[in-house]
Design a protein around this ligand. Structure first.
Ligand SMILES: NC(=O)c1ccc[n+]([C@@H]2O[C@H](COP(=O)([O-])OP(=O)(O)OC[C@H]3O[C@@H](n4cnc5c(N)ncnc54)[C@H](O)[C@@H]3O)[C@@H](O)[C@H]2O)c1
Length: 462
């Protein structure tokens, strides 16, 4: 099958490279010429584990080509995926890029009589595909949906950092189709994928994506509420409490011997909060969409507000522990919104840096990924010194905050690093060490999230 991908960001490029890998002919298009230049050389323009090898083999085999020519790609393809961004502007979804791309695709389809299909992977609020994108396609192509072209919504559930594995081994594939032939085109495409496939209408598929993201974000904010409660109850530990909750079989994978704690459960835990290019903007888009229609948003409001406050909670913790922020040297470990991505969008670590800056701290930022550091330097300017190693991050610091759960951080020689700090205080914002004493035998104070402050006696032992 001949597939065009419009927009080669995290979703489009992973989709294109994985489909090329399973034998589809793929033409990736982007308006960003730098990105296309890299792809043509078989290079990956951003960090995503496993993706460079897929791109290189796709380009080598000729299954994957890239250009900035949307007209050529869309007029050639039997199936076109719309993967451009749908950012949040003033808390509302901005449909400019999807509308523009749909017009370009429609223009390329003029005169076609072989019924191409557009599948929308961009996350769009319910009704957008039917009302905005169908109209743009019909206007620009002179064809009608159903007879001249097919239309579908095929939301993407991949997670940055594990996107290739998520795409190749999905939990489910959701196909919202305008009509049966549109659904059949996508079912044929995904034939090699062995997972539940849910075929539904356009609006349900659009809503499934928002509901899935909102559900996960709700679990995170719920964990953060429980964390706040645990901090007020001596002896309570959010890590233990949520582990007990997640062992319920409705939240766990089931194995032969009963429930298995899903690996993903860690990110549903309390901490510095969620970020990234999806959860914050998608929840805001759904909130404003629901409000406009008079539907209740109380849950979404609480989830967003709880999350918005997380970096401030860490700042308050630092203030209390250090007796003030002004002039203190604070290291923020982890600049991207999660491990194994260079994406800084809505990163809680970056939000904390801004709060620390406003409070007068001197900030060092660290991320194990060179690309994440490079992006952070460009965004932060003189606000923070971005460093590339543990010693530079911690020497002379009054406190360090772990903002992303990079496994690298557990491998640092914390004992030696503590000796180089002015005040050996560590705030484990992702609970990567799993608790204050017992913990690594180092001479610093560790403050976890979701636990009452340790007594002086236990602090000394930490
Ligand atoms: N990033 C994720 O993890 C993720 C997961 C699921 C769904 N989504 C959704 O998928 C969509 C894309 O997300 P992303 O993170 O890949 O976005 P992105 O911003 O990383 O990439 C979008 C790309 O589209 C290109 N583009 C814009 N207009 C174009 C046009 N007319 N023709 C060709 N290219 C064009 C841009 O240059 C950019 O490279 C969004 O709606 C997002 O909400 C993202």
């Amino acid at each position: 099958m001949k597939v065009a991908i419009i927009g080669t960001g995290y979703v489009g490029l992973v989709t294109g490279a994985c489909l090329a890998q399973v034998g589809r002919q793929v033409h990736c298009v982007d308006t960003d010429r730098g990105r296309i230049g890299a792809l043509r050389h078989g290079e990956c323009p951003f960090h995503e584990p496993g993706l460079p090898a897929l791109i290189a083999s796709g380009v080598d085999s000729g299954h994957l080509v890239a250009s900035d020519d949307i007209d050529q790609a869309a007029s050639w393809a039997q199936l076109v995926f719309l993967c451009v961004g749908t950012p949040s502007v003033g808390g509302r979804i901005d449909l400019t890029a999807v509308r523009r791309a749909a017009e370009q695709i429609g223009h390329a389809w003029q005169g076609r009589n072989d019924r191409p299909v557009l599948a929308v992977k961009s996350t769009v609020v319910p009704g957008t595909t039917e009302s905005v994108l169908r109209a743009a396609l019909e206007r620009a192509s002179g064809l009608s949906a159903g007879t001249g072209f097919g239309l579908a919504v095929n939301p993407e559930f991949l997670s940055q950092g594990s996107a290739v594995a998520d795409f190749l081994h999905p939990d489910r594939i959701v196909i919202g189709a305008f009509d049966e032939p549109s659904a059949d085109r996508l079912l044929e495409l995904y034939d090699p994928f062995d997972c539940p496939k849910l075929v539904t209408g356009l609006v349900n598929a659009e809503l499934i994506k928002y509901a899935a993201n909102s559900f996960q974000a709700t679990l995170i904010s719920f964990s953060n509420q429980i964390a706040g409660l645990c901090e007020a109850v001596p002896g309570a530990d959010e890590a233990v409490v949520m582990k007990g909750v997640h062992l319920d079989r409705i939240l766990s994978l089931s194995g032969a011997d009963g429930p298995i704690l899903a690996p993903a459960v860690r990110f549903l835990r309390g901490g510095i909060g969620f970020g990234g290019s999806c959860f914050p903007k998608d929840l805001l888009a759904l909130q404003s969409f629901a409000r406009d229609r008079g539907a209740s948003t109380t849950m979404l409001d609480a989830v967003l507000e709880t999350n918005r406050r997380r970096p401030t909670c860490i700042l308050d913790l630092l203030r209390a522990e250090l007796g003030g922020i002004e002039g203190r040297v604070v290291s923020v470990l982890g600049l991207a919104f999660k491990p194994d991505t260079d994406d800084l969008r809505e990163s809680p670590g970056m939000a904390l840096i801004r709060l620390l800056d406003a409070a007068g701290a001197r900030i060092r930022g660290h991320d194990p990924l060179p690309l994440a550091r490079h992006h952070a330097e460009a965004v932060l300017g003189p606000t923070a010194i971005v460093v590339d190693n543990a010693a530079a991050a911690l020497a002379g610091a009054d406190a360090a905050v772990i903002a992303t759960a990079w496994p690298d951080y557990t491998g640092w020689n914390w004992t030696a690093l503590a000796a180089s700090m002015r005040q050996p205080l560590l705030i484990d914002g992702r609970d990567i060490f799993g608790g204050i004493p017992p913990g690594p035998p180092v001479a610093y104070r560790r403050v976890g999230i979701g636990r009452a402050p340790p007594t002086q006696q236990t602090r000394g032992a930490a």
